[in-house]
Design a binder for this molecule. Structure first.
Ligand SMILES: [Zn+2]
Length: 286
């Protein structure tokens, strides 16, 4: 497989940020080999690579920053780039937050598909795991072991009747991503919503772009769901996005995660890339 960009530029109009509630269009432009996935804040004239070196830990979303300028909630869009195998693209926006759209990767996926994909002439690079790398922080565990596939096993445990403890296994490739992950919506707890609003967050959340888990252990808006285990699938969508901060290279290995989230994903990628350089190699994808 070669490095990939989009064939044509495309605009995705009118989305609002999940947290900021701010509206911005997204402009996607093709990019050359080894450019990477780069965001451009058109209103501030600052480019920010979607790379762990520019990422900031945060609990609720994944944020990148350059020269004091941020782009937040990049994870769903980045996940779709990983899922489609796009490794070079410029994404322009005129606000701080990538729009939430329908809460999943679906609308980004459709837009980028309709722009068409173009293979470039150099081979795509991937991260091949040579030895197990482990990250642990309280109840959170993430580890990756050598494998010839890009495989994700994610286990969650929420104190909520409709979720509880579950585990999903997912093998990442272009077809599986489209069929099983792209449409998995974000989710949130009703009990957290008022608190988040008071903190100036979740201003763009509604019952169409988030699965809402109520205080009685039920789901408020079943009609918004595609799969019963959608929250678990969404955690994998998030992780596939966050892990693409590793230089926009797909990780070839068996990833196991328990109760992880954006900040632990970033901590894991930092540990892997910077502290465990003898435990992986960057190779051409075959
Ligand atoms: Zn998410």
């Amino acid at each position: 497989m070669n490095q990939t960009t989009i064939k044509n530029s495309i605009i995705l109009k009118g989305g609002v940020g999940l947290h900021s509630g701010e509206k911005t269009d997204l402009f996607f432009f093709p990019a050359e080999e080894d450019h990477g996935i780069v965001f451009f804040r058109g209103d501030k004239k600052v480019k920010i690579p979607a790379n762990y070196k520019y990422a900031k830990p945060s609990a609720l979303c994944t944020t990148i920053e350059n020269k004091g300028v941020e782009v937040t909630t990049i994870e769903h869009l980045l996940s779709v780039c990983n899922g489609l195998g796009i490794d070079n693209m410029l994404i322009e926006l005129h606000g701080v937050e990538v729009p939430i759209m329908d809460g999943s990767g679906h609308e980004f996926y459709s837009a980028l598909q309709s722009a068409g994909l173009r293979q470039l002439s150099s081979p795509r690079k991937v991260i091949e795991i040579l030895e197990t790398v482990m990250y642990q922080e309280n109840e959170i565990t993430i580890f990756v072991s050598p494998s010839d596939r890009s495989n994700f096993t994610f286990s969650i445990d929420f104190d909520h009747k409709q979720i509880g403890q579950q585990e999903v296994n997912f093998q990442l490739n272009e077809r599986n991503y489209a069929e099983k992950i792209a449409k998995a919506k974000t989710f949130g707890f009703r009990k957290d919503y008022e608190k988040l609003l008071k903190q100036g967050l979740a201003k763009g959340a509604n019952n169409k772009n988030a699965i809402i888990l109520d205080d009685e252990g039920n789901i408020e808006n079943m009609e918004a769901m595609t799969w019963l285990n959608e929250p678990n699938l969404h955690k994998i969508l998030d992780q596939i996005g966050d892990f693409y901060l590793a230089n926009n290279y797909r990780i070839i290995g068996d990833v196991f995660s328990h109760k992880s989230g954006h900040s632990s994903h970033l901590a894991f990628i930092r540990k892997l890339m910077d502290e465990c350089t003898d435990k992986y190699v960057i190779v051409a994808d075959t």
